[in-house]
Structures are given as C-alpha cells and as structure tokens.
Design a protein around this ligand. Structure first.
Ligand code: GRF
Length: 201
C-alpha cells in the first residue's frame, strides 16, 4: 500500500476528499503525514480528526528556501512516504524537494492547464471571459503548474459567474479528480513518457 504525505496551506477540502476516499477503501494508499506551512490551516484539524500525524513547518523557522525543503523532505522520509500530494499547498519548491521525489509529487490546480497558472486561477478565468474552465491534476516539476498532466475535468463558466462561484463549482470536480489520480498512482497505473502521462489499465 502506498504511503502518502499531503502538503497543505489552508482549508484542506481536497485533503478531506482523500481522507474520505481512504476510509471507503477507495484510495489504494494510506495518508501517513500531513504537513502545513501555516499553523492555522483548517486542514490540520481535519487530519487530527482522522488520526493522521501532522507537522507545521513555517517560513519563519526556515527562512532559507532550501533549508525549508530539506526539513520537509526529512519529515516525509521519516514517514517512508512514496507519494507526495499537494492539496492547496501555496509554496514553490526548490530542487532539493523535486529531485528527492521526482515523478512522485501530484498537484491539483483549479484550471485547465496550461491556461491560468498560478494563484487565483478561477478569478483569472472569469476575468478572461472563457466559457469553459476546469481542473487539472499533474506531476510536479520545478516550473510552476507545468508538469505532465494526469487528468483534467471541464467545468462550464456562466456569464454571471464570479471567481467565488466558479471556484466552488470547480472545487467539487477537484475532489473527484485528486482521488482518481492518487488512486491510479497508488495502483501503479501511471507512467510518464517525456511530457505525457500514460494511464495503464
Ligand atoms: C484548491 O482550489 C486547489 O486547487 C488550489 O487551492 C485550493 C485549495 O483548497 N490550489 P483546499 O485547501 O483543498 O480546500
């Protein structure tokens, strides 16, 4: 069974989707540690409630980016983590992290990548005037929101949408997509061929 470490920064609803999937035996993996860069992240309470170990690593205690990542890697290794899931983790990585977990980091992003990278993707989509947006799961490399795409799901954007209403609609799909993607990884069904992810069924 794959051992999963989840990194969060806030609310943790994607983390909750993973916790719920695990409790239904629908994840093919076990969440063994949740790490947050914010001490007040609501996701920490969700993890504690599910009896999952937690750690908080703040920028204040590790102001140098490499040192920060070294500490996170240490904790993930202490827990023998096979897969790292970024569930609303709002920090960039250094090579220290990426090289340690190459092809073993999955992120969920609230747009159809490569459109609307970075923060506030749902607001960017509304402001741009697109009729369709969605969400993407992908493997993580050094370049932000640019790694090989695992799965995508489209979501309609309506003329009266705000960033908030679109974010809410996309979030429901993120919860399904992250669970499906993590399950595929844990079942050993994902392989990467340069930019492309192949799903072996
Ligand atoms: C999600 O929309 C995720 O895609 C984005 O930040 C949000 C996190 O939500 N990166 P939550 O913390 O999982 O509830």
């Amino acid at each position: 069974m794959s051992r999963i470490g989840v990194l969060i920064s806030g609310r943790g609803s994607n983390l909750q989707a993973l916790i719920d999937a695990e409790s239904r035996n629908d994840l093919a993996g076990e969440i063994v540690i949740v790490i947050s860069n914010k001490s007040n992240a609501m996701g920490l309470e969700r993890a504690a409630k599910a009896d999952i170990a937690t750690a908080v690593i703040t920028k204040k205690s590790y102001p140098i980016r490499e040192d920060y990542d070294i500490r996170v890697v240490e904790i993930l290794k202490e827990h023998n983590v096979d897969l790292v899931v970024l569930a609303g983790y709002m920090r960039m990585f250094t090579d220290v992290f990426i090289s340690e977990f190459k092809d073993r980091i999955i992120n969920v992003h609230p747009s159809l990548l490569p459109a609307f990278k970075g923060v506030n993707a749902q607001w960017q989509a509304v402001d741009y005037g697109v009729g369709i947006s969605g969400c993407t799961t992908h493997f993580v490399g050094l370049e932000m929101d640019a790694g090989p795409i695992i799965k995508q799901k489209t979501v309609n954007v309506f003329p009266d949408d705000t960033g908030e209403t679109l974010a809410e609609r996309i979030l429901k799909e993120e919860h399904k997509l992250i669970v499906e993607s993590v399950r595929l990884f844990c079942e050993g069904k994902l392989s990467i061929d340069s930019r492309k992810v192949i799903i072996n069924n």
